[in-house]
Design a protein around this ligand. Sequence first.
Ligand code: GLN
Length: 544
Amino acid sequence: MSPKVIFVTGGVLSSLGKGISAASLGALLEARGYKVRLRKFEPYLNVDPGTMSPFQHGEVYVTEDGGETDLDLGHYERFTSLNTRRSDAVSTGQIYSKVIAKERRGDYLGATIQVIPHITNEIKEHLTRDIEDDIDFLICEIGGTVGDIEGLPFLEAIRQYANDVGRENVLFMHLTLVPFIKTAQELKTKPSQHSVKELQSMGIQPDILLCRTEVPLPLEAKKKLALFCNIKLECVIEAADVDSIYSVPLAYYSEGLGAQVCQHFGLESKEPDLSVWEEIVQRVRNPQGEVRVAVVGKYTGLQDAYKSIAESFQHGGIANQLNVKVEWLNAEDLSDDDSVAKALSGVQGVLVPGGYGERGTRGKMRAIQYARENNMPFFGICLGMQLAVIEYARHVLKLEGAHTSEINPKTPHPVVELMTNWDQKGKKVKRSADMELGGTMRLGGYDCILKPGSLAHSVYGSDKIVERHRHRYEMNRTYEAQFKAAGLLITGTSPDGQLPEMIELKDHPWFLAMQFHPEFKSKPMAPHPVFTAFIKAAHHYKKD
Ligand code: GLN
């Protein structure tokens, strides 16, 4: 049976939180016992989101199956029980590449290739590809804003899809902004009316209008929107600003969103079990204390660049019932020991996130050294682990010029080096020509075995974990004995014991770093154990 499909479009302007709206609707449907999937269609022409700048587009989110995708898939995972897949994100660039490849192969038998029907057919085909039979709802977010040139093929394709499968099997939800004009002290519905007109001109009549607003939406404004947009009054839903994104599902529930969706599809509206969300919000709103931590990164100017880390910190706060204050420090500002000491004087823990290239690495290493020498909790992710290894090699092992071959290919001590090639089980095999070119990344979920008795083991409470990766370089094991003798231990490895996955310091209260990205697997209802433990350790940190 094909699933009921809900299309989420956005109007008026971008950054209204379409991803969170789609994800919150997913949460409401799951709370009613339905099985959902969430997908994102991106109008940009990039073929590979993995190569897009985090400065412009926010973080690259890595799925369990190794997809490098848009950060909205992170919202989908955090609001639902889902593990998203590579196939849950598709861009115009990928659609066009497929169509052009087919044309080159001669699949179209010489026909003239056009946006309609070839591109739109490819979009429709992608819509329900790789969807299990027992999925009740497929929620599809269309990126961008209605009216953008780039979005047209997607809107045309979803219009056609509704015709193909029957309008009763499809729901169009449009997220829009109802601005409050301070001087007039009035809410303005006109931008939403225009945006809906734009959709209607393309043959799409929204069924639900989700209205972002700073102030509560009075009945009069709802009536006006219903009348001008040709939408049932109960389907004009207020989406007012809230204190925490995790209260969005509850806010939508009290506006009747889930019930309206069920009604639209003629489904019995079971009462949802929202106790998990109530508990989360209760914890967010009633912290028993505060903890301050720093992230020393390169893209700190744009918070979306570290979206999953920011959210995971909130989850760590939820688990410990603490308010987590994060200071986003630009590594380039940490230019000497004084600036580091000053920047870190007010925090109780440091996280160094993943990254690529040289910029900011010195500042990050200074921060790591500070945490190491001051017994301050340290949490290193990917490049953050690699830099912890380099910092230790230089300052404790006294290996002058120790580095990663990513940044200095001629270093006398490549303590971090290009990974020798591996097979799917994480077993080392001979380096391929591709690897020599640095073309291959280790991507997605891989098993990692933890050493009993280690901090890593006690944090996870488990012998074996699966975590997501996105890297080319790794700690060089030729130096392992030296590191071990000095107190830096490898406490997590690939199942065959070959690839170093986690390190920690023997004589430090909490110093843990990992080659993978735990931030991609944290959820508010299931905070990631490393973030939970780090927040706890930071809370207990006292300066000597
Ligand atoms: N640049 C490093 C590598 O490729 C680290 C990557 C990361 O931090 N995600 O191995």
